[in-house]
Design a protein around this ligand. Structure first.
Ligand code: CAA
Length: 377
């Protein structure tokens, strides 16, 4: 059950997504570029500080509100959705949970008002094995000097505020990983913008840090606690990606199903053949199961209950459903679905990333399996 506030948010985000994002989706996908007006619009709509306290410029809403916004945006464009998702569930949340009061007062108002954030963890040699990262930070006087590279970093082309994970003492293994905040103008180099199969308007870049100097006060949380920050935040982020995949599946469904009632073959609308009706009914049910898993994980998190297993289940299952439903939607719309005219094929291309980022499907299943083993052995 959504609260009145969450329901109102759903309606207003849906309006923004349909009226403002909708007309730009195809062009942004073709050009592989996010329209800056869309990013500005997200800030103006109050969608870039959803859980941030009001006195720091945010909307002070619930985690479920963020999940609803991500879902609604994804119905129209999963690229815009992930931009909003990473900014809210990863970047803002790290500041809210781990930053000092002074750091929150410095960074959160900017992140609510007009500066996009980016979360920099993955590297060429450390994706699933995230804690094997090679980026290093060395103390020099009262500064830290960061050297290394990050890869596949969402939002990084447009971002101005970067949370960077670097190891300050590799002899301690992952217990040397530390979280730093840096701004683009400190010298972060965008080395390469990837060309991708899907979510093409969402930027994904390689970043280089070449003696990037950050002051001591830019350490977020404790030195050596960065690994805990990264993975605890990813537990929340995974609920966001689940919401993105639920919205994506619903968006593809909503585009293809009406077509099946218009398109006639053998003298009747194709959607009224029983073989089609059953596929459509099964897809609607699968979307609902993914949505319920996602909301359940979000509500558990909000209520201070354990939610790591539930987040992994939601993310894994929602990405399976998104790929399945968007693939079926192309087939329901036949030749038309295979063209770029309707945008249905784009949902399927966009769905593939759901099984990859913020922990692959295998990592989610590993996490779920660890809980099962603990419970039953
Ligand atoms: N929640 C909380 N803590 C966890 C955890 C979880 N889900 N998984 C592991 N940990 C903790 C353990 O408790 C342990 O901590 P302590 O030493 O303090 O006890 C520590 O992490 C190491 O645990 P393991 O030995 O079990 O972990 P591992 O080395 O086998 O793998 C992992 C750990 C890197 C977290 C891996 O499970 C994982 O999740 N990999 C995926 C990484 C990922 O999600 N990357 C996303 C990149 S960012 C992104 O995608 C954003 C975007 O673009 C949209």
């Amino acid at each position: 059950m959504l609260t009145d506030e969450e329901q109102m948010l759903r309606e207003s985000v849906s309006r923004f997504a349909t009226e403002v994002v909708g007309p730009k989706v195809r062009e942004m996908d073709e050009q592989e570029m996010m329209d800056p007006e869309i990013i500005r619009g997200l800030f103006e709509q109050g969608l870039m500080g959803i859980e941030t306290p009001a006195d720091l410029g945010g909307a002070e809403s619930s985690f479920t509100s963020a999940i609803i916004a991500i879902e609604e945006l994804a119905k129209v464009d999963p690229s815009v959705s992930v931009l909003c998702d990473v900014h809210n569930t990863l970047v803002n949340t790290i500041f809210r949970k781990y930053a000092t009061k002074e750091q929150q007062e410095k960074w959160l108002p900017q992140l609510s008002e007009n500066k996009l954030g980016s979360f920099c963890l993955s590297e060429p040699a450390s994706g699933s094995d995230a804690f094997a990262l090679q980026t290093r930070a060395k103390k020099d006087g009262s500064d830290w000097v960061i050297n290394g590279s990050k890869m596949w970093i969402t939002n990084s082309y447009e971002a101005e505020i970067f949370l960077i994970f670097a190891n300050v003492d590799p002899s301690k293994g992952y217990k040397g990983i530390t979280c730093f905040v840096a701004t683009k103008d400190m010298g972060i180099q965008i080395a390469k913008k990837e060309q991708k199969l899907g979510i093409r308007a969402s930027s994904t870049c390689t970043l280089n840090f070449d003696d990037l100097r950050v002051p001591e006060e830019n350490v977020i949380g404790q030195v050596g606690q960065g690994y805990k920050i990264a993975i605890e935040i990813l537990n929340e982020g995974r609920v966001g990606i689940a919401a993105q995949m639920v919205g994506l599946a619903q968006g593809a469904f909503a585009k293809a199903v009406p077509y099946t009632y218009e398109r006639k073959q053998f003298g009747q609308p194709i959607g009224t053949f029983q073989a089609m009706q059953h596929q459509i009914a099964a897809a609607a049910t699968e979307i609902e199961t993914a949505r319920l898993l996602t909301y359940n994980a979000a509500r558990r998190k909000e209520n201070g209950l354990s939610f790591t297993k539930e987040a992994a289940m939601a993310k894994w299952w929602a990405s399976v459903v998104a790929q399945k439903v968007s693939g079926a939607a192309i087939e329901w719309a036949g030749g038309v679905g295979f063209t770029r005219e309707t945008g249905i094929e784009k949902y399927w291309r966009d769905s593939k990333i759901g099984a990859i980022y913020e922990g692959t499907s295998n990592i989610q299943l590993n996490t779920i399996a660890k809980f099962i083993q603990k419970e039953y052995s």
